[in-house]
Design a protein around this ligand. Structure first.
Ligand code: TXA
Ligand code: MG
Length: 323
């Protein structure tokens, strides 16, 4: 059913829509979320429907105060409390044992729940006025690039959702770091801009790769976060020769690179990206969306460093490149 999607900066309207069981896209510092009242099962089912997401793939519950930790999670370990204290509000999601209050539809039948207290001022205002939990997968169709601006939400979900709360462009730009626990040992379920180094140093124990201990859920599928145009990762030392090879076959290409490509400017679309990981992440998805629009044969992306600050970005690029 097609609805008239309202775009507004009015937080009170968004709260009213959430209370009425309707779907509201809202800004967070990472990406826009597709919000619904976590306690309203039919609203949550609507989120899965609109995204085209399999019901077994659980949703993150967003909260506007640390006090809701106890409402939605139990058996909260010391490590989890320390991380919440240190990184909330912010781009960190904690996977914890769920309380009976959390509807099964939210967690895809798992006994754990993912919780996050975002720092975006409008998200905080929304969540504190709403006063409960709001589920929020990224506000995109399943498997596609997450939206980082209201227009990105509209191009994916316009006509499918009731309201987009406009909070401008997201400042972090890729999805939150997700951490689970095996006892007090932190496990990395999804890398993000809060790095394992930062988490390990706060806890004084190493964050371990989740490996076999990871639940098999979306975002952990190899192909995810992908543009429609094939995305190809290219090593810096062969970037120019790869561009030349493709141009010589008359391929239409778009390139995201650290290097200055102005000598090719007449023959391809290119974006010169920042060598600062934080700045790179902020604009990555929007730039990929724009390059996707050019309907080229390929988007070439210069490989990013293997150092810690880049690990979330590397993860998303590898998934986007996987076919
Ligand atoms: O930054 C973010 O995390 C954004 C913003 C909107 O908050 N949200 C987001 O949601 O990225 P989504 O649904 O696109 O990704 C949530 C990830 C999925 O990989 C999901 O499988 C995982 O969190 N997840 C949710 N609940 C889980 C659980 N109980 N156990 C393990 N993984 C879980
Ligand atoms: Mg997503």
């Amino acid at each position: 059913m097609l609805v008239n999607t309202i775009v507004t900066e009015n937080v009170d309207d968004a709260v009213e829509y959430l209370r009425a069981g309707r779907l509201v896209a809202f800004p967070t510092e990472t990406v826009y979320g597709l919000g619904a009242d976590a306690m309203n099962e039919s609203a949550v089912r609507g989120v899965f429907l609109v995204k085209g997401r399999p019901p077994s793939h659980p949703l993150i519950v967003h909260i506007g105060d640390t006090k809701y930790l106890e409402v939605f999670a139990k058996n909260i370990t010391n490590s989890a409390r320390i991380l919440a204290e240190k990184f909330w509000p912010g781009p960190l999601t904690l996977v914890l044992d769920k309380t009976d209050q959390v509807p099964e539809v939210v967690t895809g039948g798992q006994s754990s729940v993912a919780l996050r207290f975002p720092s975006h001022p409008i998200a905080r205002d929304l969540l504190s006025k709403f006063g409960g939990g709001v589920v929020g997968p990224s506000a995109n169709k399943f498997g596609r690039l997450s939206p980082t601006q209201p227009n990105d939400v509209l191009s994916d979900l316009g006509g499918d959702i009731d309201l987009v709360l406009d909070g401008g462009a997201c400042t972090v730009g890729i999805e939150s770091t997700i951490v689970g626990f095996d006892g007090n040992t932190p496990l990395l379920l999804r890398p993000g801009m809060i790095t394992t180094e930062e988490i390990s140093s706060v806890l004084s124990v190493s964050v371990e790769p989740a490996g076999e201990r990871a639940p098999r859920v979306s975002g952990s599928l190899p192909s995810h976060y992908a543009p429609n145009t094939p995305l190809i990762l290219v090593k810096p030392n062969v970037l120019k020769s790869e561009i030349e090879r493709r141009l010589s076959k008359n391929d239409r290409i778009a390139v995201l690179a650290f290097s200055d490509l102005s000598s090719f400017a007449d023959h391809l679309y290119y974006v010169e990206v920042s060598s600062d990981a934080k700045v790179y992440a902020r604009t990555l998805y929007h730039e990929l969306r724009e390059l996707d629009q050019k309907k080229c044969d390929a988007i070439l992306v210069e490989e990013v460093p293997t150092t810690n600050p880049w690990s979330g970005i590397r993860d998303r690029l590898l998934r986007a490149a996987y076919r």
